[in-house]
Design a protein around this ligand. Structure first.
Ligand SMILES: [Zn+2]
Length: 369
């Protein structure tokens, strides 16, 4: 299996187009055309992670945090750890790929995994992404409507939540008159023509728009296919920030904190003062989720579990919600189990015999005293 196959699989699950625009997701070092031996997954790429990858014959490393984030002005292979890593990667033909905020913002990504780990049910996004979809409207002769809609759906258009092939059709009459230079598929040049057409409407995520249009044009019978693209303000139900759900049974504060501690193997929980005794609805965000505090309060969450919380944010949360900082590493590292499971399922479905290892050490840069 080539690296490209697993990348296509990841990007179908966590599209780079859904990532934060300043992020650096995708291929970091290496080649999409390499044949994969084994795979190692880790939150970050360090020298210890690379050493383990080579020991286990892994020539594909998946990381959550991008290995290359800031632009490099030099590659010092002696005194800079990044430079040393790049040298070993290239010498050993190892490819590195990162899915960061695209894995945060997708279903069954970082925050959904965290929610599941804490035992939440009915998990949904805390805040949906919005304004990242278009309405594509295509005018097509009735006889070709099926072929054109198939091309749009098979290119990823028309997905709403758990439903695919979502479209809407109205019948009408299209008109056109080709010039002397035209080459109409229906009717004759320089003659006004009326055709029974279908107006086909489909939602398309912005990162899929160009390939949907390209594939639609290939099967559309007209020399000049007529179509409109409308930007939408809609919330995108498939992508969002953080997650929210409910515990099967309400817990008191102490029991809830004990369960968070146990589920995340947290070494240290920092939390805000809170008076209410029972916790049922819980919001989460793996990694830095401080900006979602008000969304969690407005969604009626009793508790919000995230990381990287500042002093004044604890103050803001006081008596409004039980705000818990469970650690950046601790709230994210669990997603590797999900990534491993998804990779293994995909590899099995292709009948391949590639092993997927999770880095056995810790890459947490924070130490606890
Ligand atoms: Zn992170």
């Amino acid at each position: 299996m080539q690296v490209e196959s697993i990348i296509n699989f990841i990007e179908n699950w966590a599209p780079p187009g859904a990532a934060w625009d300043k992020d650096n997701v995708g291929l970091q070092v290496g080649s999409k055309k390499s044949e994969i031996n084994n795979i190692l997954i880790s939150l970050e790429l360090t020298e210890a992670v690379l050493k383990q990858a080579i020991k286990k014959s892994c020539n594909f490393i998946f990381t959550h945090h991008p290995f290359l984030f800031k632009p490099l002005s030099r590659i010092d292979t002696q005194s800079d750890p990044k430079g040393r890593i790049i040298k070993i990667l290239l010498q050993n033909d190892v490819t590195v790929y990162s899915a960061h905020t695209n894995l945060d913002f997708t279903k069954n990504g970082v925050s959904f995994t965290l929610a599941k780990q804490l035992g939440l049910m009915n998990i949904r996004f805390l805040v949906n992404q919005e304004s990242n979809q278009y309405k594509l409207v295509v005018f097509v002769p009735e006889a070709a409507a099926e072929k054109v809609s198939d091309a749009i759906f098979s290119s990823g258009g028309g997905i709403i939540g758990e439903y695919s092939n979502c479209g809407y059709r109205t019948n009408g009459k299209g008109s056109f008159k080709g010039s002397a230079e035209s080459n109409p598929k229906i009717g004759e040049k320089e003659k006004l023509e009326y055709v029974d057409e279908v107006r086909l409407e489909v939602l398309v995520d912005c990162w899929k728009l160009s390939s949907v249009i390209k594939n639609m044009i290939v099967v559309h019978p007209y020399e000049e296919p007529a179509f409109d693209i409308y930007p939408l303000k809609n919330k995108n139900v498939n992508y969002g920030f953080g997650a929210i759900g409910e515990l099967e049974q309400a817990l008191n504060q102490k029991s809830f904190m004990q369960s968070v501690d146990k589920a995340l193997k947290a070494k240290n929980l920092r939390y805000s003062k809170w008076k209410v005794s029972s916790i049922k609805r819980v919001a989460v965000c793996g990694g830095s989720g401080m900006e979602l505090l008000n969304a969690a309060i407005n969604a009626g969450a009793d508790a919000f579990v995230t990381a990287d919380i500042k002093y004044h944010t604890f103050e803001e949360a006081e008596d409004k919600i039980l705000l818990i900082d469970a650690g950046h590493y601790e709230t994210e590292v669990i997603v590797l189990n999900q990534v491993k499971k998804e990779f293994e399922k995909f590899i099995r479905s292709k009948g391949e015999n590639i092993k997927v290892y999770k880095y056995s050490g810790s890459t947490n840069p924070v130490k606890y005293f």
